[in-house]
Design a binder for this molecule. Structure first.
Ligand SMILES: NC(=O)c1ccc[n+]([C@@H]2O[C@H](COP(=O)([O-])OP(=O)(O)OC[C@H]3O[C@@H](n4cnc5c(N)ncnc54)[C@H](O)[C@@H]3O)[C@@H](O)[C@H]2O)c1
Length: 419
């Protein structure tokens, strides 16, 4: 039996809580032995749930890294601009690192993290969880079997979802590039990394367009107020992005208090929600926020053998699951990230494989099982001292991040970027 891995959670927010849920389910594999989190409610809640002693609970990652190494691994689950320093310092202290994506908001910072990890000789898995889904494993096996021949092109859609865009990228933590990251990095570094992994070869050039088309002041309906609770009924009731609709009518009154509602208030109840909608950032009119990240973007890529891929990210979708078409020399694949339909040119036959991805919000199924998959592999890699269980090494992870930075440079400079 392999050893039990010890873990410090740095940032006990949504993602920290998600990895903690794995620990709850598999206590024989991994144990949380330290927490760093400034929010008293979150820190105490996690400490109680995992019986972490007081002297192992820190108010910040800064306080945590002042201590000598106290466990095997850290999960760095702070916000995007707060990854570089803890990652570098934790690597130097000898911790193996589970680092939330994106690695960091600039290419230079990503390179510094990779250099520090290599120098320290520790393992690092960046949470590109899509690589760890059972669906992706199934798809990769189909592609490796040669069933559709060589991949010539891929068409990929990342449908963000209208309310998710309003929540995270207009009102929420990832709305403003200077405060977090640009949209492609925050939302689609997953997708670019996944496309790189499915293609299985290097991208040589990349090009992108993208705009903030809708969530801006010029689109504000006549008569709308700056906060949804102050909006005239006739205007508010006609707005799909109304905060009252998204958090209250569509969720809270139906008994839903998990994400995204619990982002508004740690302890969700009618009063805390009312207060958040009246006074907090999530009660703001979507046309009157300080958001600047794009709400639609296209990215075109060419790979070293001349194959191509195109990706569309758009806010304006009902559902959020990704769709992909893969065109090969002997057949094509159409997939909704669960069901894979394969059509063969030779005999015009069709075969359907379903990875049966459930979506109940639990650790076993979050991100199509990817949240579970990355924890299982990362914990296994540390327990067995086997870095090969981490599906993408730091060089390939850096490579896909550099594709994302190049795409953004292309969008901003209206040019094609070579890699
Ligand atoms: N892998 C994925 O699929 C995925 C999905 C969503 C978000 N993310 C990424 O995960 C990261 C965290 O996102 P989240 O949604 O959990 O955010 P969050 O805001 O819910 O959690 C971040 C936590 O960090 C804490 N924090 C702030 N300063 C700190 C400090 N100095 N020391 C320790 N903790 C500190 C905050 O109080 C908060 O609880 C982000 O980088 C985000 O982009 C990844």
């Amino acid at each position: 039996m392999s050893k039990k891995v010890t873990l410090a959670i740095l940032g006990a927010g949504a993602r920290g809580g998600c990895y903690a849920a794995y620990v709850k389910e598999f206590p024989e594999q991994v144990q949380i032995t330290a927490i760093a989190e400034p929010d008293d409610f979150r820190r105490k809640k996690m400490a109680e749930a995992f019986q972490v002693p007081e002297d192992r609970c820190f108010r910040s990652w800064e306080d945590f890294v002042k201590q000598p190494k106290m466990c095997d691994t850290v999960a760095i689950c702070t916000q995007d601009h707060m990854h570089e320093e803890p990652a570098i310092l934790c690597a130097r202290l000898g911790y193996h690192i589970l680092l939330e994506k994106p690695m960091a908001p600039t290419a230079e910072a990503c390179k510094r993290i990779v250099a520090a990890v290599k120098e320290a000789g520790v393992m690092m898995a960046v949470c590109h969880v899509l690589r760890y889904t059972s669906y992706t494993k199934l798809l990769k096996n189909i592609l490796a079997s040669g069933e559709i021949g060589d991949i010539v092109s891929i068409q990929h859609l990342e449908p963000v979802g209208y309310w998710h865009q309003a929540h995270s990228f207009v009102r929420g933590s990832w709305r403003n590039e200077a405060e977090s990251s640009f949209m492609l990095l925050a939302k689609c570094c997953h997708d670019v990394d996944w496309l790189r992994g499915v293609m299985g070869k290097k991208c040589t050039a990349i090009h992108s367009f993208g705009t903030l088309r809708h969530f801006r002041a010029s689109e504000k309906p006549a008569g709308a107020a700056d906060r949804c609770l102050d909006c005239p009924v006739a205007v508010e009731s006609n707005c799909p992005y109304s905060a009252s609709k998204i958090y209250f009518r569509d969720r809270f009154i139906k008994g839903e208090t998990d994400w995204p509602v619990n982002v508004l208030a740690p302890e969700v109840n009618a009063n805390s929600l009312q207060d958040a909608l009246e006074n907090g950032p999530y009660g703001r009119c979507v046309y009157q926020c300080d958001n600047d990240v794009v709400d639609n973007q296209v990215v075109n890529m060419v790979f070293e053998d001349g194959s191509t891929a195109s990706m569309t990210m758009t806010a304006f979708t009902f559902h959020a699951g990704r769709y992909t078409r893969i065109f090969g020399t002997r057949g094509e694949i159409y997939t909704d990230s669960s069901k894979i339909t394969i059509r063969h040119f030779l005999d015009n036959s069709e075969r359907v494989v379903d990875s049966n991805v459930a979506n109940d919000g639990g650790i076993q199924t979050g991100h199509g099982g990817g949240d579970f998959g990355i924890m299982e592999n990362f914990v296994g890699a540390v327990a067995q001292n086997d870095p090969s269980l981490i599906l993408t090494g730091v060089d390939e992870t850096l490579e896909s991040h550099l594709m994302v930075f190049a795409a953004e440079e292309s969008r901003k400079k209206q040019t094609v970027c070579t890699l």
